[in-house]
Design a binder for this molecule. Structure first.
Ligand code: ASP
Length: 361
């Protein structure tokens, strides 16, 4: 157990002291830089469950309705917060937690595997009202990585923590921990092993504690959902914006690889002055373009969020050969929008006064 020895307790005390000092010195919760920008445009939320190509060509109706149901559940969790005049930050966390628990998506339970057969999960959350942000990368045991990102934002002077240090912080925060077998799904493993074989790399042993490999006849029908990252953006009834993104990253990635999702400004960004953005796609391109921040910059310069997102997704992203993906965006005014240059993107939205709008295809 952590923090049980005297040295460890002293370390915890030191850490707490540094955090307290840090909160004061660095302002872990920055002053409300965007205060005064209030919206009378009602609450709004959008979520995504990743983008992709081939899977949209071959999606059968059972898969389609399973994704529809999952999106509806996650959207409802986020909308419920906003309906009772909760904060955008709480709404995006609530929606993403539901998606992280859902094995259909590549985040939390159902995450992709690194080349060594382990899950390395990344997540970020950002408060558009204060520009406070938290993110984590390469964590292996936290049931809800988005909540760990929020804990980094709220309980440390930092923005980002990674690897074993982030896992240890998660335990110290009392966040729910789970063994690798919890995050494992047969479907994602089959997808992983086929990618490893296709690229001529060795397939690592199945994680400890998971059921033996199914026989060919009982193997799950392989629905390869290439990206599968999840995210949410929201505007609350006070007009504040927030964004969150969570992912298992790319299947077969080298251990230690980090994508765009947890990088503030790349896959996740929120500012009440412009918009809140969550992305999905090949992270390396989103990082090079600081895509999420760039969408917000274009909005600040006068473009609508649709124009800004379309420019980044349909012009800038494909201009870098291999740049594929999509974003969801919400601004201080108007309905949430989305844009993707892939065949499909699982997405859904709801705005105050109207019902859920869910798109699987
Ligand atoms: N953007 C994620 C990454 O590069 C992948 C995804 O969207 O599914 O890690």
């Amino acid at each position: 157990m952590m923090f049980q020895s005297r040295n460890a307790r002293s370390a915890l005390f030191l850490f707490a002291a540094v955090c307290v000092a840090g909160v004061t010195a660095f302002g872990a919760t920055p002053a409300a830089s965007n205060e005064g920008i209030k919206s009378n445009h009602g609450w709004a939320i959008a979520i995504h469950g990743g983008a992709g190509e081939n899977e949209w060509e071959h999606m059968d109706s059972a898969t389609e309705s399973a994704y529809h149901e999952s999106l509806a559940k996650a959207l409802a969790a986020g909308s419920a917060v906003l309906k009772r005049h909760g904060k955008a930050l709480d709404a995006v966390e609530a929606a993403v937690k539901v998606l992280e628990d859902d094995p259909l998506f590549n985040a939390g339970r159902g995450s992709a595997f690194a080349a060594d057969g382990k899950n390395e999960m990344d997540a970020a959350i950002m408060d558009g009202g204060t520009l406070a942000a938290g993110s984590i990368a390469d964590v292996q045991f936290t049931r809800h990585p988005v909540s760990l990102a929020r804990a980094v934002m709220e309980h440390t002077p930092y923005v980002m923590m990674v690897g074993p240090g982030a896992d240890e912080f998660s335990r110290a925060q009392g966040l729910e921990q789970q063994p690798p077998s919890f995050f494992f799904t047969e479907l994602r493993w089959q997808e992983f092993t086929s990618i490893m074989r296709a690229s001529g790399r060795p397939v690592p042993p199945r994680p400890v504690g998971v059921a033996p490999a199914p026989t060919a006849s009982s193997a799950p029908h392989l629905f390869v959902h290439r990206f599968g990252t999840v995210g949410a953006v929201a505007r609350d009834s006070e007009g504040h914006l927030a964004a969150a993104t969570s992912t298992g990253g790319m299947q077969g990635k080298l251990p230690g690889r980090v994508g765009d999702s947890p990088l503030i400004g790349a896959g996740t960004y929120a500012s009440d002055r412009s918009c809140a953005v969550s992305g999905t796609g090949v992270g390396e391109y989103f990082i090079r373009l600081t895509l999420a921040r760039q969408v917000c910059t274009l909005v600040e310069q006068g473009q609508t969020s649709q124009q800004a997102a379309d420019h980044m997704i349909h012009d800038e992203l494909p201009a870098l050969k291999g740049g594929e993906g999509g974003v969801i965006v919400v601004a201080p005014v108007g309905d949430p929008i989305w844009s993707s240059n892939t065949l499909g993107m699982f997405r859904a939205k709801e705005v105050e006064g109207s019902g859920p709008d869910i798109h699987v295809k």
